[in-house]
Design a protein around this ligand. Sequence first.
Ligand SMILES: Nc1ncnc2c1ncn2[C@@H]1O[C@H](COP(=O)(O)OP(=O)(O)OP(=O)(O)O)[C@@H](O)[C@H]1O
Ligand SMILES: [Mg+2]
Length: 263
Amino acid sequence: MIVSEGHSEPAVSIALRGVSMTFDRGGEPLEVLRHVTLEIRRGEFVSLLGPSGCGKSTLLRAVADILSPTEGTIEVLGRSPGGARRDRALGMVFQQPVLLPWLSVEDNVALPLRIGGWGKRHPSGPAPAALLALVGLQGFERVRPAQLSGGMQQRAAIARALVSDPPILLMDEPFGALDAITRDRLNEELLRIWTETRRTILFVTHSIPEAVYLSSRVVVLSPRPAEIRRVVEVGMGYPRHPRMRDTGEFTRVTAALREALEH
Ligand SMILES: Nc1ncnc2c1ncn2[C@@H]1O[C@H](COP(=O)(O)OP(=O)(O)OP(=O)(O)O)[C@@H](O)[C@H]1O
Ligand SMILES: [Mg+2]
């Protein structure tokens, strides 16, 4: 018997084919991405790892339809990035939380619903208060962002990215500005949210251990112009546990990634 998974989404969430990007910097071309070809399947957790300035944010921005590649094609759930953005198929989390200081935390999370009347047209989406509970911010709905710690603000930004119920989350070094303990805690929370909601996540980080701990696959990019150097499958299953960081398998994968980054 064939059991339907009950998804109408295609099996490939994000497909990049021969994507190149060259910026014009005052008449000088700056090549940032070179022939990037990559498929990310539905429900995968994929991290991009690469040296500073290689083009990771540029790649994420191209998927999010903030930039158009110079060459190649990008499909998001079988559509153009622009179509996917209009359907709110993508949620984006940046390195800084970018919350509006004059709105309450809950109103910040609800903001994407107000833009273009999305919330009125899709009243069955997750409630902002429920998302704040999901990220562990229950009780902080009415306070202003300035009254939250950096880690709490970043959690509010994750709740905001989830409010239109997007099947894909793009995360650009979301925990880069946080201390190691808060970062580890948010890694746990992110994995819990991912397990509960089974979205596709494309995650940018500088941290090899963070990439290995979170991801099912890690893509290593070369220095600019970014080309794919290596794609490493993380053989460890889910759920992950902090103690997995001390295992031989974890060390083997981090060593392989370090080597790929260095050569
Ligand atoms: N809109 C733009 N116009 C011109 N140059 C740009 C633009 N956006 C990025 N760049 C350049 O492209 C290169 C790659 O930038 P990008 O932000 O993608 O790097 P990154 O890998 O995300 O770096 P980091 O790890 O430091 O965040 C840099 O040299 C940057 O100056
Ligand atoms: Mg960046």
